[in-house]
Design a protein around this ligand. Structure first.
Ligand code: F6R
Length: 609
């Protein structure tokens, strides 16, 4: 997710201001930091891996000349968190410097093209193609201004970006641009600022100008000038006044990180769906060749594995074994061998039980693959191949956006594997890929249309002594995750079962008014789920159903219901269906006066067994 910042000052040095502003963006990533300033026509760069304070102690980030500069704090996506991959990135001559937040999807093609034109690349990042492409554009047409060259460049770039560029060619300005990654300007009497987020400049100014997708901005001593990238036409936009306190601003006005992160999911899923093809290919090739596949994780990440086991089975006809990492060594340690493949899933990449399982499997020559949100974590270091989930840092202790990102990668992997194995028709794959691409919008609709209703449901049931969460098939995983969320932040005991299992014991708990949450996608389990709802209802349970829009059959049975948009294939359903459950947990915690960001006895990263 990364944070970028830039400033053009009328008076004073840019570097100390960039440094302090980046500190306020550190919540967006802290793998490395870098600053480039421009003074008397020369560019100065300081950058290194590590947190801002660590790097500052070594290189003194404040000690750089010039009143214009750009900075970056990184959350690694392409390329390990090393100095060489730290931003800013430059062209061959070091005359153009770029900081970037986002993902350039076609960077491999662009890099190959530029390498054929003798450009030398030093990093493994996608970003580095941008300065080289600007350089090449100017070489092809030296009459172009810097802005024109950047506009040309952006037309060739596919993917998401918020970027800021400085160049010795026109040393009096910063040019920044946005497509899908956030970008906002700050304005005061001493200068203009660009940043990924308002907190970066909030102590300096509360006058902000929001930049929209497809816009480019020129920052100079004269102020700011916005243009549309598609046709260079001017855009007029006045600053607005931000009323947030600095503390509120870090949470972008949300009262808690958890709700901010729930709302971020359309963006984080969209980013995760931009997965580079070759990583998916590589991982699916390993899975295809595997004799036995264990999906190993803890907590929420385990629930992603459970859902994935249905995806792999249904789409790729690949049986996999989801296992709690804390049980893996006892349960399977001795039988793991060179023929085993472990796909470990971990948001943090540091969970002790997950790392312990992987280390045990590695000692027995198994193949280790992984999925994590933290590139450079212990898990990435022990994996043969890993994929990053692109969710950005998750600060709320309860995992939300990282769960839907994990599922988004796992669904893509299952589809890739299905293609490889020829198990599902091309038509079906095309249709599922289309549906997957629509999920960010689906999740956005759910949050926008159902939040208020869920708040009311949470108030209604906040004093329940216990909850049931039931689903069939892949929705079992969704039910497990809904239960975990509610328990961990609202402290309500909750029980989750595959709905079919509920008859084999748990149903004896049901009495009048007992809340039972049913997960009801319109898949092949729908009819049987109706039967299970009737069984519960007959015993006095209150049914809270998560249904597809217009599911009149279940609506007529439910006491309360939350609707998700129509047409979601069952195999992808955990991604949208979990969102109402995250909201239910959040608003129940609030209704009970609990702080959802800091549940008692829990830590974001569990590094003890
Ligand atoms: C629940 C939650 C935990 C984590 C678990 C594994 O909201 O966050 O259950 O999912 O501790 O953590 P990672 O994914 O970092 O291995």
């Amino acid at each position: 997710m990364c944070g970028i910042f830039g400033c053009v000052l009328k008076e004073g040095n840019a570097a100390p201001l960039i440094h302090s502003s980046l500190k306020r963006l550190e919540y967006r990533g802290y793998d490395s930091v870098g600053i480039a300033t421009i003074s008397e026509g020369k560019i100065f760069v300081k950058k290194d891996m590590g947190k801002i304070d660590e790097v500052d102690r070594i290189v003194d980030l404040d000690d750089m000349p010039g009143s214009i500069g750009i900075g970056h704090t990184r959350w690694a996506t392409h390329g390990a968190p090393l100095k060489v991959n730290s931003h800013p990135h430059g062209d061959c001559k070091g005359e153009i410097m770029v900081v970037h937040n986002g993902i350039i999807e076609n960077f491999l093609e662009l890099r190959a093209e530029l390498q054929n034109l003798e450009h030398t690349f030093v990093s493994k990042t996608d970003t580095e193609v941008i300065p080289h492409l600007i350089e090449q554009t100017l070489k092809n047409n030296p009459k172009l201004s810097l802005v024109e060259a950047i506009l040309e460049t952006l037309k060739r770039v596919e993917g998401s970006y918020a970027l800021a560029v400085i160049s010795t060619r026109e040393p009096d300005k910063i040019i920044c641009a946005r497509n899908e990654s956030p970008l906002v300007l700050g304005i005061d009497s001493n200068g203009v600022y660009c940043a990924s987020d308002i907190p970066a400049f909030l102590p300096i100014t509360n006058k902000a100008v929001m930049i929209n997708n497809g816009e480019l901005v020129i920052l100079s001593a004269k102020g700011y000038e916005i243009k549309k990238i598609c046709d260079s036409s001017p855009v007029v936009r006045e600053p607005i006044t931000i009323e947030w306190s600095p503390e509120m601003a870090v949470k972008q006005g949300y009262p808690h990180f958890m709700i901010k992160e729930i709302h971020e999911q359309p963006e984080t899923i969209r980013n995760t769906l931009r997965m580079q093809d070759h990583y998916l290919d590589l991982l699916s090739t390993f899975l295809d060749r595997a004799n036995e596949v264990f999906l190993v994780a803890c907590g929420t990440s385990y629930h992603a594995c459970l859902a994935a086991s249905y995806m792999f089975s249904k789409l790729a006809f690949l049986p996999t074994y989801p296992v709690y990492a804390s049980e893996f060594v006892e349960q399977h340690g001795k039988s793991v061998s060179i023929d085993s493949t472990i796909l470990a899933v971990s948001q943090s990449g540091e969970t002790a039980d997950t790392i312990g399982s992987v280390t045990c499997a590695q000692q027995r020559a198994a193949t280790i693959l992984s999925l994590t949100n933290v590139i450079g974590s212990s898990l990435t270091r022990v994996s043969r191949v890993y994929i990053g989930t692109q969710a950005g840092p998750e600060i709320g202790v309860a995992a939300t956006k990282t769960f839907t990102s994990q599922l988004s990668v796992l669904a893509q992997l299952a589809l890739r594997l299905a293609k490889k194995r020829g198990k599902v028709s091309q038509d079906e794959i095309d249709c599922l890929e289309e549906q997957l691409a629509r999920l960010p919008n689906t999740v956005e609709t759910i949050v926008n249309t159902q939040e208020q209703k869920i708040k009311e449901i949470a108030k209604k049931y906040k004093d329940a002594k216990v909850f049931f969460f039931l689903g069939r098939g892949i929705s079992t995983a969704t039910a497990f995750e809904g239960r975990l969320k509610l328990m961990e932040i609202a402290y309500i005991p909750a029980i989750a079962f595959p709905a079919g299992e509920s008859k084999h014991g748990p149903i004896s708990l049901i009495e009048d008014g007992f809340p039972v949450v049913f997960i009801c996608p319109r898949d092949e389990t729908h009819r049987t789920v109706i039967g299970n709802i009737m069984e519960m209802k007959a015993r006095g349970a209150h049914i809270i159903a998560v249904i597809e829009e217009g599911d009149e059959d279940i609506k007529s049975l439910a006491d309360d219901y939350v609707e998700v948009p129509k047409g979601i294939p069952g195999v992808l359903s955990p991604i949208p269906f979990v969102v109402p459950l995250q909201l239910l947990a959040y608003y129940t915690a609030l209704a009970k006066g609990c702080n959802p960001d800091m549940p008692r006895n829990l830590a974001k990263c569990v590094t003890v067994k």
